[in-house]
Design a protein around this ligand. Structure first.
Ligand code: ZN
Length: 148
């Protein structure tokens, strides 16, 4: 599957999010360097504070100290990973940097509704390539129409 296919899957996963009036619905998929899926997740999957990337990274073991395990992987997220957040100490962009992932492909640049959208800048500064595919932005926005 190519970038558009994986990112489309991430956009579809966003539809599984429990509804929220205060947080975005996002889907994420982590794919290894050989194009195999490692993990997937969506917002509020296990806890009301879960972000999609975090849910997927947790399944890949990244939140329990296995930093660097995702070397060479690509993280697909319907929304630009957050660069700052109120509910937990580490934003998704920092977790992704720690994971060792090489690229982040996203559809929708975070609107400055809840936080400043600095995830892509944090990633790029740390050597993780951010790739925006705006052709899927409408699909990423759709489950969030009530917030916009
Ligand atoms: Zn996040």
């Amino acid at each position: 599957m190519d970038d558009l296919g994986w990112l489309g899957l991430a956009c579809d996963l966003a539809r599984l999010c429990p509804p929220s009036t205060t947080a975005f619905s996002v889907g994420a998929v982590i794919v290894d360097a050989n194009g195999r899926e490692i993990a997937r997740g969506f917002s509020r999957e296990g806890d009301p504070h879960d972000h999609a990337e975090e849910a997927a990274l947790a399944k890949a073991g990244i939140l329990v100290g296995r930093a660097g395990r995702l070397r060479g992987a690509t993280v697909y997220s319907s929304l630009e990973p957050c660069g700052a957040r109120a509910s937990r100490p580490r934003p998704c962009a920092e977790l992704i940097v720690a994971s060792g992932a090489r690229r982040v492909v996203f559809a929708w640049r975070e609107p400055s509704l809840f936080t400043a959208g600095t995830g892509a800048e944090i990633l790029a500064a740390a050597g993780v390539e951010p790739v925006e595919l705006p052709e899927l932005a409408d699909r990423a926005r759709e489950p969030n129409a009530h917030l916009l």
